[in-house]
Ligand binder design. Structure first.
Ligand SMILES: Nc1nc2c(ncn2[C@@H]2O[C@H](COP(=O)(O)OP(=O)(O)OP(=O)(O)O)[C@@H](O)[C@H]2O)c(=O)[nH]1
Ligand SMILES: [Mg+2]
Length: 206
């Protein structure tokens, strides 16, 4: 993907705070600390467009980034973060659920999991819920630089068994750039399937 421009659009903490639904969107979901913001930066070839932190729960709002004036990448707050109150968790949950089920321009969700951490209930619940709700998603295992070849193969196989997804399981690292081009390819396929996007802006390399 050739990145011509990236603009931060807005942060929203409720549906009415989201920008007008005019551009197709891809949202990034996963547990806190899994590397959602880092992957967005890697995809955009930027260091700190999306805020990254070693403290889980850094992203507390839904952040919208406009790319090539053609589509949005959307950074969601992580689920399953222990350090926030039950009330706040519930409020986030309702907002994220609203966003995922009601946003007309949402094309696909990139669902991230840490390759070194076996799936927990919140991961499988999320995947099951998206399947039941008819929300298409791409399954991605992150932080692959922390795992050896053998472990990667095992985790990919396990991921195929534990989480039924329609497509392939992608393996990525924001640290080394592994799998980023493949992920772009998968994402641009979903964007190209929509009419509203300016096709000339979506060009993937190689
Ligand atoms: N080794 C390694 N570390 C990573 C990678 N991606 C992210 N990290 C680290 O993981 C931590 C969390 O990264 P973030 O991108 O902030 O994670 P997040 O999913 O956006 O977290 P929340 O906003 O809290 O939900 C940071 O310390 C990152 O440096 C990766 O590919 N490899
Ligand atoms: Mg984040």
């Amino acid at each position: 993907m050739r990145i011509n421009s990236v603009e931060f659009v807005t942060s929203a903490d409720r549906m009415t705070g989201c920008p007008p639904a005019t551009l197709p969107e891809i949202a990034f979901a996963g547990r806190s600390n899994v590397g959602k913001s880092s992957i967005i930066n890697s995809l955009l070839k930027r260091k700190d467009t999306a805020k990254v932190s070693s403290t889980p729960g850094k992203t507390r709002l839904i952040n919208f980034f406009r790319v090539n004036n053609s589509f949005h990448l959307v950074d969601l707050p992580g689920y399953g973060h222990a350090r926030v109150s039950a009330a706040e968790k519930k409020r986030w949950g309702v907002f994220i659920e609203d966003y995922l089920t009601k946003r007309e321009t949402l094309r696909v969700v990139v669902l991230l999991r840490d390759i070194s951490i076996p799936p927990v209930a919140s991961d499988t619940d999320m995947a099951d819920w998206m399947i039941a709700s008819g929300i298409p998603f791409i399954e991605v295992l992150t932080k692959a630089d922390k795992a050896g070849q053998g472990e990667i193969a095992r985790r990919v196989n396990a991921a195929r068994e534990t989480i039924p997804a329609d497509g392939a399981v992608l393996v990525v690292s924001s640290k080394t750039g592994l799998g980023i081009d493949k992920l772009w390819k998968e994402m641009s396929g979903r964007l190209l399937a929509s009419d509203t996007v300016n096709h000339s802006e979506i060009v993937h390399r190689g």
